[in-house]
Design a protein around this ligand. Structure first.
Ligand SMILES: C[S@@+](CC[C@H](N)C(=O)[O-])C[C@H]1O[C@@H](n2cnc3c(N)ncnc32)[C@H](O)[C@@H]1O
Length: 234
């Protein structure tokens, strides 16, 4: 094996790539996240039905679950269901009388999610609502507020979702928005695609927004280099 280059006896860190990040996720998960046939079956059923492989990673799913547990969430809203992988993680954090409502525009995705949620034994706590996410959000009453809202649908609509989320979240509740780093491209002025602009519109609106306190948590792993906006409603 080639000798590792060193400076003053210390190994020089080498540049890493997506394969290293995936290996790192597998390594950490092997200590912290047991094998999970139900989640594996959800991913397999989603792939068999031709759904895109764009669910949160295993480590991110566990992070969402832990966040929901840490605030003892009883009511959760999700925008962007896909095959319900993140919904299962969030749904598992709920007490028996808790509820997650998840919004999905694509009826095929919603059907697969319902199958996966049923297989996970979570149907009684998880309601999949089919339709455009923003329209579905506007129909939800302000009186019955949520403890946690996870936004993970079409990125150009991020700001619209966030504005509705502020109406629907409890004081002290948590709003999490996925895919806000995008391999660092959101910060690269040469990049102007609609998904990136969707994140920038949200960031611009958050600047000086007294309604929330927020930060970006960059994540790197099997799904690449990305991140969440994590906001608490004041
Ligand atoms: C990134 S995937 C969600 C992944 C899922 N949260 C997970 O981690 O398992 C985004 C989903 O949002 C849905 N979507 C796209 N536009 C939407 C809209 N306008 N309203 C609701 N859902 C939408 C897509 O069909 C897709 O299923």
């Amino acid at each position: 094996m080639a000798q590792q280059p060193t400076i003053q006896g210390k190994q020089i860190p080498k540049a890493t790539d997506t394969q290293d990040w995936a290996r790192s996720d597998r390594y950490h998960n092997s200590f912290l996240i047991p094998e999970d046939p139900v989640l594996d079956a959800a991913l397999k059923n989603s792939a068999t039905n031709g759904l895109p492989e764009i669910a949160v990673s295993t480590a991110q799913g566990k992070y969402l679950y832990l966040q929901a547990r840490s605030i003892q969430a009883k009511r959760i809203l999700e925008v962007g269901t896909l095959g319900g992988y993140s919904t299962i993680w969030l749904g598992r954090s709920l007490p028996a009388d808790g509820e997650i409502i998840t919004l999905e525009i694509n009826s095929k995705h919603a059907k697969v999610a319902e199958e996966n949620l049923s297989n996970a034994g979570l149907s009684s706590r998880c309601k999949v609502v089919v339709g455009p996410g923003h329209e579905s959000m506007t129909k939800l009453p302000s009186e019955n507020k949520f403890d946690l809202i996870f936004i993970d649908a079409d990125k150009p609509s991020n700001l619209k979702y966030f504005i509705e989320a502020k109406r629907l979240i409890k004081k002290g509740g948590v709003i999490i928005v996925d895919n806000v780093v995008r391999f660092g491209r959101v910060a690269d002025p040469e990049q102007t695609d609609a998904n990136i602009e969707g994140v920038r519109s949200l960031l611009n609106a958050l600047k000086g927004d007294q309604d929330v306190d927020a930060t970006t948590i960059a994540t790197v792993g099997e799904k690449g280099y990305d991140g969440f906006i994590y906001a608490i409603r004041n």
